[in-house]
Design a protein. Structure first.
Length: 373
């Protein structure tokens, strides 16, 4: 399937070639053709048929000029236009004096071929070749059926056919080659664009990996190093709590790259999954609709949840309530006293209440105030 780059390249080359072909055809028809027609006008019987044929070819060229000005092609009018060219070619030969085929009097022999090429330039090469053969065959039938051709007449016709078919056919071949080159050039440009995109994606992926490593290096890596060197004991409840928190942070970090409809709820579910694996029963309730928070805001909103869930003993409830003006994420769980995290994003506030073994913690974000502050 052609993309925008390929289509633009083809359109530019096709438009320039159509203009050049139209100029050549107009020079042949209105220059050589008209001069020959007027010089031998008295020889035609009747001369009106030749004038009608000339006017028809001029109308086809005028139609091509109008289409070029509007940036359009012949489309469904292509067939009728070729039919008109062949019809007026036959009309011209009907009123051509005997023995004048492929001579200076036969002005349409070297004019209609260019007009037909103008119409068929953007079609496959075989279409132009078939038209040129049909046009040449019209002249040959007139010569054979209505005249008594000598060897000299046939030789003159064959010599004239070389230029009548050869020159326009060469231009049609050039048009075909240019179309192939434009497709190849567009394909090369598309491949280069794909390479640039792949390089940009690879660079962005590398940057994100470095960013994740930096984010984990301050908390997760020291924990792993402590477990590795024996300075931290796995059976220590505080160490277990730290491990649960870091596991939730890592799952949240990996979830941040997922493409989902609601990133905040998606990341909350990953935080909850760590508590589920410990046997804690967690309920998640989401109400309302809210604009998608930036990644930094989502981290502040979920940090309170994952800290409380890491300490929960048996049950917890997570609630996300939002609108266009405010977004709140709260958690209630049966856990002991926990440290209230300090948000790093302006516009996010965290509150906590303790009642015995029950802790309620809420992180609230007001996006409108954040954007206008």
């Amino acid at each position: 399937m052609s993309d925008a780059v390929e289509e633009v390249t083809r359109a530019q080359l096709r438009h320039g070639l159509r203009i050049a072909t139209l100029l050549v055809a107009a020079a042949v028809v209105f220059g050589l053709g008209l001069s020959s027609l007027l010089r031998h006008l008295d020889a035609y019987e009747p001369s009106l048929a030749q004038l009608v044929a000339f006017a028809a070819l001029g109308a086809v060229l005028g139609g091509e000029a109008a289409l070029l000005a509007r940036g359009r092609s012949w489309d469904r009018l292509r067939g009728p236009a070729i039919a008109v060219v062949l019809a007026v070619s036959a009309l011209s030969y009907v009123t051509l004096p005997d023995g004048r085929t492929s001579t200076g009097v036969d002005w349409i022999f070297g004019a209609a071929n260019w007009v037909g090429l103008v119409v068929l330039l953007d079609r496959p090469l075989r279409a132009a070749a078939l038209f040129l053969l049909a046009h040449d065959l019209t002249a040959l039938l007139h010569l054979v059926l209505l005249d008594e051709p000598s060897r000299g007449d046939l030789a003159r016709f064959a010599t004239g056919s070389v230029s009548v078919i050869g020159f326009p056919l060469c231009l049609a071949v050039v048009a075909t080659v240019l179309r192939s080159l434009s497709a190849a050039a567009a394909a090369a440009r598309r491949e280069a664009e794909q390479v640039r995109v792949a390089e940009a994606v690879a660079a962005e992926s590398h940057r994100r990996r470095q960013q994740r490593f930096a984010e984990l290096s301050t908390t997760t890596i020291p924990l792993l190093e402590g477990l590795a060197d024996g300075s931290l004991r796995p059976e220590d409840p505080l160490v277990q709590r730290r491990c649960a928190i870091e596991a939730a942070r890592m799952r949240r970090l990996f979830a941040e790259t997922d493409t989902v409809a609601n990133p905040l709820l998606h990341e909350l579910r990953h935080c909850i999954d760590v508590a589920d694996r410990k046997g804690v029963v967690v309920e998640l309730d989401a109400r309302g609709q809210w604009p998608e928070p930036p990644v930094a805001v989502r981290r502040d909103l979920t940090e309170a949840v994952l800290i409380v869930l890491a300490t929960a003993a048996s049950r917890a409830r997570v609630t996300a309530v939002g609108s266009a003006d405010v977004l709140s994420v709260s958690v209630v769980a049966d856990c002991g006293e926990v440290n209230v995290p300090s948000p790093v994003t302006p516009g996010v506030r965290v509150e906590a209440l303790n009642n015995g073994n029950t802790v309620w913690m809420e992180a609230r974000w007001q996006p409108i105030r954040q954007r206008t502050s």
